[in-house]
Design a protein around this ligand. Structure first.
Ligand code: TRP
Length: 455
């Protein structure tokens, strides 16, 4: 049997969309989007973010999934099977490494969410009648190194468990049930946010742009956030695409994934900012933002105790379906290219992710004064990977698909499963072609160069 036959597959079309949406939807939408938007001026950032998502994210996600489906390989193997050059597989290898780095600090925040299941269940939120107390409680927890590192450990073990179980039984099954519940719950929290007194200011912050706050960094942050939130630029979508069959409609699935991901970010943004402004907190609070605000919202709503507990359970699960996709990439690479067993790959890289995550967990306590280029280890890992490496990876994917692969082959592969779409709306191909060949790579390059001050 060759590698092609024994490769795992998704059980259904909707299973793929939900697993890919499960990868995309996670801490990036609920934890990161609100705090990055808060630090970068709100509405203006949000508009630039939406532009990045549709002009760059959507064409690149199609390209990534297509690379995976066509080659049925991990990021390194995909490039290897389409070129003879040594350089392109290196782009894939860079992706595998970046995914691993993201997994390490991502699991730290996921660990906080995990810890907050216990905090909410313990009833401690009842005593938070003002935001200072909620913030103080969070700061006390993360300044405790043992708490941070043990939550990290538990979360990594949970992720290992699903990847160990495999594609259909682990990843697909979990995503199918949990994503819809998360959506519902977020809606409830958002409605409570909007009905809080003084929430109007939060909506203004998110939807009425103040362009004076926009600078080069705003663009870079928005681009990085778009890549991070859509799980793009390092081969996670490529790897998930590699478990697809030829009958799936890639443009349609991609659009669904992108819309779901954006919708969740907007709902989370509204939920958080209405609460931030209604309770008089600081929108530019940074990575602790949701942990400072949400406990207060839960405290102020009927049934808030239960909603709080369920919310953190689901947030942890949303993080889990994303962490799984990060761990799956390294795992797929070692299975395909190094002939490791799935189990061995999961155990080795799970443990390594935990070890590399430790300095990030310690960035909020013992290592808080240790800086790399002015950032603590956690912020540094996040900045380098999401703002620099992911857009760079996306740039190379666009160039590869636009110029190197052979565009006729690209189109004929893309048509598999989407014949209908292209018969009815032929223009979609031309639009995608312009986006992937010109608009996305040029915009990415401009933003990257601009942010390092080159033009
Ligand atoms: N997109 C996820 C989130 O928003 C995080 C994530 C999962 C990710 N896989 C990725 C980010 C691959 C970048 C690359 O939480």
């Amino acid at each position: 049997m060759n590698n092609f036959d024994k490769r795992e597959k998704w059980g259904s079309k909707i299973g793929f969309v939900l697993a890919a949406a499960g990868s995309a939807i996670g801490l990036g939408n609920i934890w990161k989007f609100p705090y990055v938007a808060g630090e970068n001026g709100g509405a203006a950032f949000f508009i630039i973010y939406i532009i990045c998502v549709f002009l760059i994210g959507l064409p690149v996600i199609i390209a990534e999934i297509l690379l995976g489906r066509t080659t049925q390989r991990n990021p390194v193997g995909a490039f290897k099977s389409l070129t003879n050059s040594r350089l392109w597989p290196f782009v894939g290898a860079m992706g595998v490494f970046v995914g691993f780095l993201i997994l390490s600090y991502y699991s730290v925040v996921a660990g906080w969410s995990l810890g907050y299941i216990y905090e909410s269940a313990s009833g401690v939120f009842y005593s938070f009648d003002n935001p200072k107390l909620a913030g103080g409680h969070f700061n006390k927890l993360i300044s405790n190194a043992t708490w941070g590192v043990s939550m990290l450990a538990i979360f990594v073990i949970l992720s290992m468990f699903f990847v160990y179980a495999g594609v259909q039984k682990g990843i697909e099954k979990g995503s199918k049930i949990l994503m819809p519940v998360l959506f519902l719950l977020l809606l409830i929290v958002m409605i409570r946010g909007i009905t809080l007194e003084g929430s109007q200011k939060g909506l203004e912050f998110l939807f009425e742009p103040d362009w004076s706050k926009v600078n080069a960094i705003t663009f870079l942050e928005a681009l990085g956030q778009a890549f991070f939130s859509l799980s793009l630029g390092m081969g996670a979508m490529l790897t998930y695409g590699s478990y697809l069959s030829k009958e799936d409609n890639i443009p349609k699935s991609s659009l669904q994934i992108v819309i779901l991901d954006t919708l969740i970010a907007i709902i989370a943004g509204v939920a958080i900012f209405t609460a931030v402004f209604a309770t008089g907190q600081n929108a530019a609070e940074g990575p602790g933002l949701i942990f400072h605000t949400l406990p207060i919202v839960f405290n102020k709503m009927p049934g808030g105790y239960f909603i709080g507990v369920i919310f953190f359970v689901l947030l942890t699960i949303a993080a889990l379906t994303s962490a799984i996709s990060l761990l799956e990439v390294v795992t797929a690479y070692f299975i395909d290219e190094k002939k490791w067993s799935r189990h061995k790959a999961v155990i080795v890289f799970g443990i390594l992710a935990f070890l590399v995550g430790i300095p990030s967990a310690l960035s909020f306590n013992v290592l808080s004064e240790t800086k790399i280029l002015g950032l603590n280890f956690f912020d540094f890992a996040d900045y380098i990977s999401s703002n620099i490496m992911l857009p760079l990876g996306g740039f190379f994917i666009a160039i590869f698909v636009g110029y190197k692969w052979g565009f006729d082959k690209v189109i004929s592969e893309l048509k598999n499963g989407s014949e209908n779409l292209f018969e009815k709306h032929l223009w979609t191909i031309s639009v995608w072609k312009i986006l992937i060949k010109f608009i996305s790579p040029i915009l990415i390059l401009l933003v990257l160069l601009h942010s390092i001050g080159i033009f």
